[in-house]
Design a protein around this ligand. Structure first.
Ligand SMILES: *Cc1c(COP(=O)(O)O)cnc(C)c1O
Length: 330
């Protein structure tokens, strides 16, 4: 596992349930290496799919801390509604996540590793005629991937600030659904080819939104600044957590729209970082804007991003008190 690519190794079992058009089945444990799907299955043609990404951490007492379980379940239910997929039952989905972790608790790596949890919902009607109709049937499963620390706090990313393109359809940006990543992929690859960037911050018409899979925070010694939630981008639970942590640590927290020109001005002295479950908070070192490279803080250290990240990591591991009620212990 130590050398494996992120998200390529899994517990050999997963929890699994189906929706038959009227009700959810009981949950079962099944092998995690295959799904029985007809080639005409709805999801394979019309992208009736959504997922979640969350983590569980090994605490010092050997218990497993699941981070913000309820919020991830709620967000998945919201994604399912937007896609007109059968909505998973709250208690069943929570139990599907808790039970697979409880059964395989010994396989959850110690910090900085964790268990990355990937609940997935797909439409399974065997019909290629339902392009403009919802699937009636579905499968729900919870894959678990033991992961290491793939995004060290010291790595400083080079990103493109793209004011021309949108990541995905603006009414769909808040849904964690496959098609959105497909829509951003070509743009990310083109930027890598042209500017050698790892990520693209999408800022259509100058409105700074997010990257392909992470939210964007501007940070300095006094303040954390980010765009207010909208349908255009993903309401990150790490984003929300970091804003609450920042307020607790005495930063001013501001949610308002940010122009690309303001971001470029900000990074002369301030920091910019990407937030998401996988990376927590990954500092950016260089921003390419209108063909020129801008060095964040003239190459200075992202001390505030590191401080926020550490606090959140400590809550996740149980080293810092869970004053926000974010941890479910298994
Ligand atoms: C998952 C995701 C995020 C981050 O959300 P978290 O809940 O913090 O993991 C941000 N943007 C996109 C597009 C995402 O898919």
């Amino acid at each position: 596992m130590a050398n494996a690519e992120f998200g390529t190794v899994f517990f050999d079992e997963m929890t699994f349930a189906t929706y038959d058009g009227e009700k959810w089945s009981e949950t079962s444990f099944v092998p995690s290496d295959k799904l029985p799907l007809h080639p005409a299955t709805h999801v394979l043609h019309y992208a009736s799919t959504c997922f979640e990404g969350m983590k569980a951490f090994r605490a010092a007492d050997g218990k497993i801390n699941i981070f913000r379980l309820d919020d991830h379940v709620k967000r998945m239910q919201n994604s399912a509604r937007c896609l007109h997929l059968p909505v998973p039952d709250t208690e069943q989905l929570k139990a599907m996540i808790v039970d697979i972790l409880a059964k395989h608790r010994d396989e959850v790596p110690a910090f900085p590793g964790s268990a990355y949890i990937r609940p997935t919902l797909i439409g399974t009607d065997q019909s290629i005629g339902r392009a403009a109709a919802p699937t009636r049937t579905a499968m729900l499963y919870v894959l678990i991937s033991p992961v290491g620390d793939y995004f060290p706090a010291d790595a400083k990313m080079r990103v493109l600030l793209d004011t021309e393109h949108q990541r995905c359809a603006p009414h769909f940006g808040s849904v964690k659904s496959g098609g959105n990543y497909a829509s951003a992929l070509g743009l990310i690859l083109a930027a890598k080819e042209k500017y050698n960037t790892a990520q693209v911050i999408f800022a259509p018409d100058g409105d700074v939104q997010e990257t392909g899979a992470a939210n964007c925070l501007l940070i300095n010694d006094n303040e954390v600044l980010t765009k207010p939630l909208s349908s255009e981008f993903l309401p990150g639970i790490t984003r929300d957590s970091l804003l609450q942590v920042a307020a607790k640590l005495g930063y001013k927290v501001t949610e308002r729209n940010i122009q690309a020109t303001e971001l470029i001005e900000w990074i002369k002295t301030g920091e910019v970082a990407l937030s998401g479950t996988a990376a927590v908070l990954a500092p950016i070192g260089e921003v390419v804007y209108e063909g020129e490279t801008h060095h964040v803080k003239q190459g200075g250290e992202p001390v505030n991003a590191k401080r926020l990240r550490k606090y959140l990591n400590d809550v996740q591991q149980g080293l810092e008190e869970d004053s926000f009620g974010w941890i479910t212990r298994v």
